[in-house]
Ligand binder design. Structure first.
Ligand code: UFG
Length: 322
């Protein structure tokens, strides 16, 4: 992790699973953090800094944010706050445009007013859609296939256009984030494979596998699972690389793919429970394989993931709700 001179950071979505990990890492490294969150999915007990309850898409958010930025002498914003459920985004696209795009617009306007010119943005591998390559790099075409992924790509464009007033930004395209750094900050929403599987096992239910007939070695989908602490460290490195106006994009993944069956096998090992698997049909919109090329972030920041699937699954399991 790069050494970073003291920064005053505003974190949007500081009560969320990822936002709270990054916030705690910054605070423990001696930086100042202020959080805003609307607490729609975030948990107040995760916040370890001064915080404000604020819905970024509300009409009064721009002026409130500008005051917070000025009052705390903020120099850098890390923007996590967003809706992130792919299925929900297909059902209710307007909700995603309002929150993810409307919220970002208010935030950028407030930053412009307050003269805050550094930003790290939570983007997503969802901007790539259904790539057909072994590893996607940042030059791969962007072709999001759902409103969630679209809002992340539009967000990157909005941020890039803010270079006209001097914004220097980095968008981190997260792959499949999982695991726990501090057990009180664990991912409590069962919305992704590992937390869903843990919740099912805890209730003695079988775990669904969405498709075993893909053109992959074991027939299940392959993803690049990245430990939340590795991801958190990438944010610290990103802040120290914010220099020129414009938006630069980086994948944050390990470069290693794991299939659904491999993840579940690891979970059986860690839990000691030989739970049942229910082979279900394919889930709409799932790319068979989504694995990052992590070369750019490694070469530019010297960042490298430290943890693999074993630590991801073990830390998620150990921090489960009992
Ligand atoms: N899966 C199952 N059973 C389940 C849940 C998931 O088999 O009960 C499978 C999915 O079909 C997929 C894999 O596990 O093949 C991972 O699914 P997740 O829902 O955990 O994650 P996704 O890959 O669909 O999406 C996640 C984030 C997105 C992000 C994307 C980037 O939720 O926000 O990773 O890779 F864009």
């Amino acid at each position: 992790m790069t050494t970073l001179e003291g920064v005053n950071v505003l974190i949007t979505g500081g009560a969320g699973y990822i936002g709270s990990h990054v916030s705690r890492l910054l605070i423990e490294s001696g930086h100042s953090v202020v959080s805003v969150d609307d607490f729609s999915t975030g948990l107040a007990e995760r916040i370890g800094s001064e915080s404000y309850e604020l819905k970024l898409e509300n009409p009064d958010a721009e002026s409130k944010l500008a005051s917070i930025l000025n009052e705390h002498g903020i120099d850098t914003v890390i923007h996590f706050a967003a809706r992130k459920q792919v299925g929900e985004s297909v059902e209710k696209p307007e909700l995603y445009y309002k929150s993810n795009i409307g919220g970002l617009l208010n935030l950028l306007s407030a930053m412009k007013t307050a003269g805050v010119k550094k930003m790290v943005f939570s983007s997503s591998a969802a901007v790539y859609g259904m790539p057909s390559v072994e590893q996607v790099d940042e030059q791969s075409p962007t072709n999001p296939i759902n409103p969630y992924g679209q809002t992340k790509l539009i967000g990157e464009w909005m941020i890039d256009n803010a270079k006209t007033w001097g914004l220097s930004a980095i968008s981190l395209r997260y792959f499949n984030v999982a695991g726990t750094g501090w057990s009180d900050l664990a991912d409590k929403q069962a919305l992704n494979l590992i937390p869903i599987a843990i919740s099912k096992i805890s209730h003695g239910e079988p775990v669904d596998v969405f498709g075993d007939d893909y053109q992959t070695e074991d027939g299940s989908c392959i993803r690049d699972y990245i430990h939340v602490m590795d991801l958190a460290k990438a944010h610290i490195d990103a802040i120290s690389h914010l220099k020129n106006p414009g938006n630069e994009v980086f994948n944050v993944g390990t470069g290693e793919g794991s299939s659904v069956f491999e993840v579940l096998a690891e979970l059986k090992k860690v839990s000691g429970i030989d739970f049942e698997m229910n082979i279900d049909s394919r889930r709409a919109g799932d790319p068979p394989k989504l694995v990052a090329s992590a070369s750019k972030i490694q070469d530019s920041f010297g960042w490298k993931s430290e943890f693999g699937l074993a630590e991801i699954v073990a830390t998620a399991w150990e921090s489960r709700e009992s």
